[in-house]
Design a binder for this molecule. Structure first.
Ligand code: UT7
Length: 329
């Protein structure tokens, strides 16, 4: 009999502090009308001053482990997808292993994949379960508010902080089988959405900082928009094909949440009804690699997913990277 590999438990965490569009309009030259009509975002959550990436990740991880009916000692491997790590080195996964009290297991970060990181990590976890029969904790976490430029209205209003997590394993406890997954990269677009400072091309030095060199997110919004629509739609179609399923079989698509207009265009391209696409970008903004696991956990909690449903995850981000997965609940 074929092995059933998939998700055993879901978890998420959103920090308490809410930042509305009206709050932003007091800090930069923007207004609710522009943000809402261009992006669909109404508010986003920001971490408290005493919260770090690790705190967000640990809350989501502990919830996913508990939801799976497990304890941290049951986890064999940890993957953290994040572009806003706790510190530069070592990775957030090492900090998380210690914080949640997991054993001395394999743990590593998937950094630099932008908003596509979590679904790519989910695919890696699936392979690790297949090859090594592990139980893998997969976390998508971002604390973007602390690294963005609070004076750049073209980027700052878009983002929020959050974390989401799943435990991947196999057997009867699987609640959402991963039928297929796919990912791709177009590195020719690497400079279209980037945070350069800190790498060897532009090291972060005090001298550079004093000169006011680039240290924040740079994005060509329109280019990113165009590619996001195409790649997220194509990636969703690809995983359906790999799973031998049709668009007509899909109950719910959970796309990366960056912009409501992108989600609507992806929905039209896939020929789906509005209720077949999960949307929470209005409440959280773009939380990077956390959007998909956060939306997945919320959709489960809200009863939006029933036993037997086919759910497609699809994501796009810096790189450009894109990734998708088909889940059978
Ligand atoms: O997570 C993956 C990566 N990110 C994405 O997927 C984001 C993809 N891109 C987008 O969502 C959209 O391109 C944005 C929401 C970022 C921008 O929307 P747009 O319709 O492409 O606007 P634009 O960048 O072309 O800017 C239009 C105008 C500009 O003014 P001018 O030059 O026409 O006078 C901007 O300066 O809107 C202005 N603008 C703003 N106005 C008020 C830019 N940001 C703001 C703002 N408030 N916050």
């Amino acid at each position: 009999m074929a092995r059933r590999i998939g998700i055993l438990g879901f978890g998420s965490y959103v920090p308490k502090r809410v930042m509305t569009n009206a709050d932003w309009s007091e800090l930069v030259d923007t207004d609710d009308e522009w943000i809402l009509s261009r992006t669909g975002i109404r508010e986003r959550h920001f971490a408290a001053d005493d919260e770090s990436t690790l705190d967000l990740a640990a809350h989501a991880a502990n919830r996913a482990i508990a939801d799976a009916g497990l304890t941290p000692a049951d986890i064999d491997e940890i993957i953290v997808a994040s572009d806003t790590p706790e510190v530069y080195t070592p990775d957030t996964a090492a900090h998380l292993q210690h914080r949640i009290g997991a054993g001395e297991v394999t743990a590593y970060d998937l950094g630099g994949s932008g908003c596509a990181g979590f679904v790519l990590a989910l695919d890696i976890a699936r392979t690790r379960v297949h090859m090594a029969s592990k139980r893998v904790l997969v976390v998508g976490v971002e604390l973007i508010s602390r690294l963005m430029d609070w004076t750049d209205r073209t980027t700052c209003v878009l983002f929020g902080d959050a974390a989401g997590a799943v435990v991947v394993g196999e057997g009867e406890a699987v609640r959402a089988e991963i039928l297929s997954a796919s990912a791709g990269t177009d590195g020719s677009a690497a400079d279209i959405l980037t945070l350069e400072t800190g790498g060897t091309r532009r090291p972060f030095t005090l001298a550079e900082a004093r000169k006011g060199g680039q240290h924040d997110i740079v994005m060509n919004g329109r280019e990113v928009y165009r590619h996001a629509v195409r790649r997220m739609s194509e990636a969703a179609e690809k995983v359906l094909e790999l799973a031998g399923r049709l668009k007509a079989d899909v109950s719910l698509v959970i796309p990366h949440q960056a912009n409501l207009r992108i989600l609507e265009t992806v929905r039209e391209k896939l020929g789906l009804r509005p209720e077949q696409v999960y949307v929470n970008v209005d409440r959280y903004g773009n939380t990077g690699s956390a959007t998909v696991p956060l939306a997945l956990a919320e959709a489960c909690e809200e009863g939006r997913i029933a036993q037997g449903d086919l759910v497609v995850l699809t994501a796009f981000g810096a790189g450009f990277h894109w990734s998708a997965a088909a889940l059978q609940f």
